[in-house]
Write a protein that binds this ligand. Structure first.
Ligand code: ATP
Ligand code: MG
Length: 251
């Protein structure tokens, strides 16, 4: 099972959108996929059309020491080949993780049993900012996918991922994919920002994918609880290209 985090310290850059599209895209390619929603606002669950009424147990139950929850009790079937573990009480989970002395081991402990369930890919949708939960996720995963909004401030801030990894004593090799998002190909400004992004990561071969344009249909799909593969052929093709690159880069 390949373990991937979708992470960027900035908010609203498309982490949950990219998580959901990549998870469903991998499932459509025939892989068995599980997505864990650690976004804090349940966005990836909502983008899949799954609301609290559909939850049984959540990731929080795996953290709560009083409840002896088997991980299988948290899993919801979201689509063919795609399962979801929803979440609740992110602040309490964060506080609990601050009490853990070995942050590098926390998630393998809490997710015990997951490796035996025959998934090809685990994707974790992360919340913004540096949190103890994100520290634990970064230590646990094999690779990071970073969506970056193609606008000046986001592109300038993209180097902070290196600082974050260094502080956790992790290597930058974990970064497998940079997905430029909300690209507006009509503006010179967006073209320049995209060039800057490619230049910034130019020492890493093939890491920056083709940009995902800003498209109303992507926002609409999320609101309706549908993925682009169910709603918008053009974006589906763009996300399939991102997926090809992902599979090429991490196997
Ligand atoms: N390429 C795109 N085109 C149009 N809308 C998009 C695109 N990508 C994301 N969005 C929309 O932008 C908003 C923010 O996206 P999303 O929730 O995926 O970001 P996020 O990084 O997960 O945010 P947060 O930091 O709050 O978790 C959502 O309404 C989403 O539907
Ligand atoms: Mg999100």
């Amino acid at each position: 099972m390949k373990k991937l985090a979708i992470l960027n310290n900035k908010g609203g850059v498309g982490k949950s959108t990219v998580s959901v599209q990549l998870a469903h895209g991998l499932a459509k390619l025939g892989f068995r996929v599980i997505l864990i929603d650690l976004d804090g606002q349940n966005d990836s669950s909502l983008f899949l059309g799954i609301s609290e009424a559909n939850y049984r147990k959540t990731f929080y139950d795996l953290i709560d020491k009083r409840s002896k929850t088997d991980i299988r009790e948290c899993i919801i079937s979201a689509r063919e080949n795609l399962d979801l573990i929803p979440n609740s009480n992110i602040e309490e989970i964060n506080a609990e993780f601050y009490r853990e002395s070995r942050i590098d081991l926390v998630l393998s402990e809490k997710l015990i049993g997951l490796e035996d369930l025959d998934y090809d890919y685990l994707l974790i949708d992360c919340g913004p900012q540096r949190t103890r939960v994100n520290d634990a996720v970064l230590c646990y995963v094999d690779n990071i996918i970073m969506p970056v909004q193609v606008e000046a401030a986001s592109v300038r801030a993209c180097g902070s991922i290196y600082e974050y990894l260094t502080e956790l004593r992790l290597t930058p090799d974990k970064i497998a994919l940079i997905v430029p998002n909300m690209y507006d190909q009509r503006t010179k400004d967006a073209k320049e920002n995209l060039e800057f992004l490619k230049e910034f990561f130019s020492d890493k071969i093939n890491i920056v994918t083709d940009p995902i344009p800003r498209r109303v249909k992507i926002t609409e799909a999320g609101k309706m609880g549908k993925t682009v593969f169910e709603y918008d052929d053009e974006s589906s093709n763009q996300f399939f290209k991102v997926l090809e690159r992902l599979v090429e880069n991490i196997g």
